[in-house]
Design a protein around this ligand. Structure first.
Ligand code: SF4
Length: 263
């Protein structure tokens, strides 16, 4: 989980901070020592800006670019460089998450290029909707993609995120065609994404890809609720309970039935 949001920068700082060439961007927060955002022990950087408005989002404080701190690639790499040795020793690397990192694709791809120059393993944590913003060549600097597919059923995807699913699935197929390793993440929300046909459709789709190293079923939780309330928003899933063990097991088994590695 990201730390507390940085105070919004002044408008003039904002305009100066994001250059089209990606030399700088907006950073919400960063943290060293994550073991849940890719292999090994990782430095995780959360960028700001996201198009989606997922009903269960636990980082609504990353939605707007202006929630971030203007930061240059050089500044960020100076921070990452402090941990280079330990990240390598612990089999980890750098994960860029958000928000949606590809909102700031030029900044993010520059960071990945700089990380690879240090020999660090790189992970892109994305909702996939803006996959067209990263080129095949730029993807060469990404070792692993954590791809959130919020739903296979188009209507459920729209209801959950506000956006259609087609571009997400197209990005998933493109990653498969490129042979780019991916972990697929699916947030299981009772009464929203748990429909059997929805899960089956997603499992069949993912089983048809050639690059999937694992599937993670992430049980919905209420941990984002406080942030929504602090931002003056009413939390749409306030009355939704986390899935019970039986539901999680049923959904994981649905993925396993298609031969997928569920972790
Ligand atoms: S894609 Fe991620 S950051 Fe964006 S709204 Fe959904 S959960 Fe939140």
């Amino acid at each position: 989980m990201p730390a507390a949001p940085a105070p919004p920068p002044a408008a003039c700082q904002l305009r100066a901070a994001v250059k089209d060439d990606g030399a700088s961007g907006y950073v919400h927060s960063f943290q060293t020592g994550s073991v849940v955002d890719g292999p090994g022990v990782r430095f995780v950087l959360w960028t700001t800006g996201c198009l989606m408005r997922c009903l269960y989002c636990h980082n609504p404080d990353t939605w707007h670019l202006k929630h971030g701190e203007p930061t240059s690639v050089d500044e960020m790499m100076a921070e990452i460089g402090k941990y280079e040795r330990v990240l390598k020793m612990m089999g980890g690397g750098v994960t860029i998450s958000g928000g949606e990192p590809l909102v700031q694709a030029p900044f993010v791809t520059r960071l990945f290029r700089a990380c690879k120059a240090l020999g660090l393993h790189t992970v892109l944590d994305t909702n996939g909707y803006l996959g067209h913003r990263i080129s095949d060549e730029e993807l060469e600097d990404v070792d692993l993609v954590l791809l959130d597919i919020k739903s296979f059923d188009p209507e459920t995807h729209k209801r959950t995120t506000g956006y259609p699913v087609d571009d997400v699935l197209a990005f998933a197929r493109r990653l498969s065609d490129l042979g780019k390793p991916a972990w697929i993440r699916f947030v299981l929300v009772p009464g929203l994404t748990d429909n059997e046909a929805n899960v089956d459709g997603l499992a069949a789709f993912v089983a048809g890809l050639d690059n999937v190293e694992r599937v993670e079923v992430l049980p919905f939780h209420q941990m984002g609720r406080d942030k929504w309330e602090r931002l003056g928003r009413s939390y749409p899933l306030a009355d939704t309970p986390p899935p019970d063990d039986a539901l999680v097991a049923r959904v994981e088994d649905q993925f396993r039935a298609y031969g997928l590695p569920v972790r």
